[in-house]
Design a protein around this ligand. Sequence first.
Ligand code: GTP
Ligand code: MG
Length: 242
Amino acid sequence: MERPPLKPFSLTIFFPCHNEEANVERVTRLAVEVGRKVADDLEVIIVDDGSSDETGPIADRLEAEIPEVRAVHNNPNRGYGGALQRGFSEATKNWIFYTDGDGQFDLNELPPLIPLLEDHDAVSCFRLDRKDPAIRKLNAFAWTTLVNALFHINLRDIDCAFKIYPKTFIDETEIHSTGALIDTEMLAKARNKGLSIAQVGVHHYPRTAGEQSGANPAVILRAFKELFKLRKNIQLSGRETA
Ligand SMILES: Nc1nc2c(ncn2[C@@H]2O[C@H](COP(=O)(O)OP(=O)(O)OP(=O)(O)O)[C@@H](O)[C@H]2O)c(=O)[nH]1
Ligand SMILES: [Mg+2]
């Protein structure tokens, strides 16, 4: 994989939003403010994932108001992985940063990550003090242990939505997951291609608005199904290239 240049710094920031009418404007404005400080060439993409609330119209209004902002809409909803896939396929800049559209991460923690790209191909953060109920933390620990063992990813927090990838990696990698497993698929493929991945702690804040949905049993069941499919898929592709 060819590494894009860091100077001038060309950056896409995107975030998936499913019914985030109370969060999308704040997150977008902060993304623009922070992005303008670090990037020479910036775009901010709001991925409205088939929201049934006012997220879509708010995103369109922000696009009309702010030159760097683009709003795209998945209709109907395509799930977290489908929303990330849309963001990656819409991104046009050299480096692609994504986070959640629910405001649980602080975009101000993006600038210190950029110098890490001098020595690394990608950055994948971990949550320093996850603001989630104990049962979700336990589930996350078990899941991360399993996934690290299956795919040799060796990162502390696979699903942390605070990551930077080079566009060259995105362009040459096929991603299939439409559910929560997308982070695992991308990191496993990045490891297979030998990318060096920096990991840095970031803060994680409780949701202040909107509905929590990450612990939904249907989401978890789907993630397990996808995990075993992905395991097969990655084993097969490993054999083909061996
Ligand atoms: N749950 C869910 N989130 C989506 C979907 N599409 C996009 N998203 C966005 O993906 C981000 C992460 O989803 P969250 O529901 O916050 O998941 P989480 O942060 O793991 O868990 P909680 O915030 O604790 O529920 C948010 O910005 C959502 O708006 C979808 O189909 N389902
Ligand atoms: Mg969240």
